[in-house]
Design a binder for this molecule. Structure first.
Ligand code: SAH
Ligand code: SF4
Length: 352
């Protein structure tokens, strides 16, 4: 298989083009073609001589992902694409459109995947239920964003946010995930601001600390879901290795290093973790920490019997937290009717 062009950062791409005997500025032209003009195939590079386009197409792969199915939610605001990778494995990417409201601009948020499947095995998550297949390369992560950036550009729109909350645990594939973000952030290319990315982790402590040390401007979300170890471990097996007290210590380290607010994610499960008691314990444990809780009623998945919290219970959970001094938002369910909601992404293994 030819190397994937999106797997190169700028210096690597420039060196590659130069090694073909091309002048230095050609590397810049290729980079700009990919990341500014969003060209997907060598034939589109109208800024290059024809021979070079042919060479590029012969030596490098441009097609990281092939869309094989597309689902749109009934309200038309959520769209999920199933992509086939070069080895036949499949991933999903979700676009969410949020209309403008109350002085807030309209948002076009893309939810991207970092792995095929996931090794973390969270019980309530469809990706976790399918197990781990492999890591995505940085180029495969980048390509999801470029695909949708191009689609939105064709519709006269723009991507405003990228959340790394699709299939997989981004901190288990740390290098590729950060390389993809850096590549999309490059001001000479796609120039997508670091603050418009949010990475969500199940709580891999050493990587949270590394992320903090790197002082990235990318937003960090941590999947907490429970305020006590026994309960959390029953939902998130990784809690056995990285228990809550140590996790929160790493979160405090992150906030101390970056002065950025951390988000805690909480999938509200009826009668399990949506109780005022959990809210009180959580509030006590995160006291003084610059944080915010993002709670969402659990989305249904095949392999998990429990139900999402009712609207009323979610409201009580939020109010209890807020009275105890912890800001909390209840997020709306999105794309549940097309299995594109949080934690609902899963594909059958292998080729069809
Ligand atoms: N692996 C990362 C990011 C992907 S999952 C992580 O776990 O943080 C994105 C978010 O969806 C996480 O907070 C995850 O716990 C949550 N999630 C998983 N399954 C869900 C479900 N069935 N309903 C609601 N949220 C879910
Ligand atoms: Fe993996 Fe996140 Fe799903 Fe857990 S919730 S199995 S870490 S994708």
């Amino acid at each position: 298989m030819n190397p994937l062009i999106y797997d190169f950062d700028f210096p690597e791409l420039a060196a590659r083009v130069k090694s073909w005997g091309e002048p230095g500025y050609r590397g810049v032209q290729v980079w700009e073609g990919l990341y500014r003009n969003l060209w997907l195939a060598p034939e589109e590079f109208s800024n290059l001589p024809k021979a070079l386009r042919g060479k590029m197409g012969g030596l490098l792969a441009f097609e990281a992902l092939r869309p094989v199915a597309r689902h749109e939610s009934r309200d038309g605001e959520t769209q999920k694409t199933l992509f086939e990778l070069r080895d036949g494995l499949r991933i999903e990417t979700v676009l969410m459109r949020y209309p403008a409201r109350e002085g807030r601009q309209a948002r076009r948020t893309l939810c991207i995947s970092t792995q095929v499947g996931c090794a973390m095995g969270c019980t309530f998550c469809a990706t976790g239920q399918m197990g781990f297949k492999r890591h995505l390369s940085s180029g495969e992560i980048v390509a999801q964003v470029l695909y949708y950036a191009r689609q939105l550009a064709d519709e006269g729109e723009k991507l405003t946010n990228v959340v790394v909350m699709g299939m997989g645990e981004p901190f288990h594939n740390y290098e590729a995930t950060m390389a993809a973000i850096d590549r999309l952030n490059n001001p000479q290319g796609f120039a997508f601001g670091a603050r418009r990315f949010t990475v969500s982790t199940v709580g891999l402590i050493p990587l949270i600390r590394r992320f903090a040390d790197e002082k990235r401007q990318v937003n960090l979300a941590v999947s907490l879901h429970a305020a006590q170890d026994e309960l959390r471990a029953s939902m998130l097996p990784i809690n056995e290795k990285y228990p809550i007290a140590e996790l929160l210590e790493a979160c405090r380290y992150y906030v101390g290093k970056t002065h950025r607010r951390i988000t805690f994610e909480w999938a509200l499960i009826e009668g399990v973790n949506d109780t005022p008691e959990q809210a009180h314990i959580l509030a006590r444990k995160v006291k003084g920490l610059l944080c915010h809780v993002n709670a969402i009623p659990l989305n249904p998945t095949q392999g998990f019997a429990e139900r999402g919290a009712s609207r009323q219970r979610a409201k009580v959970f939020k109010e209890t937290l807020e009275q105890a001094g912890v800001p909390c938002t209840i997020r709306m369910r999105r794309g549940v009717d097309i299995q594109a909601g949080c934690g609902q992404l899963a594909v059958r293994a292998g080729k069809k």
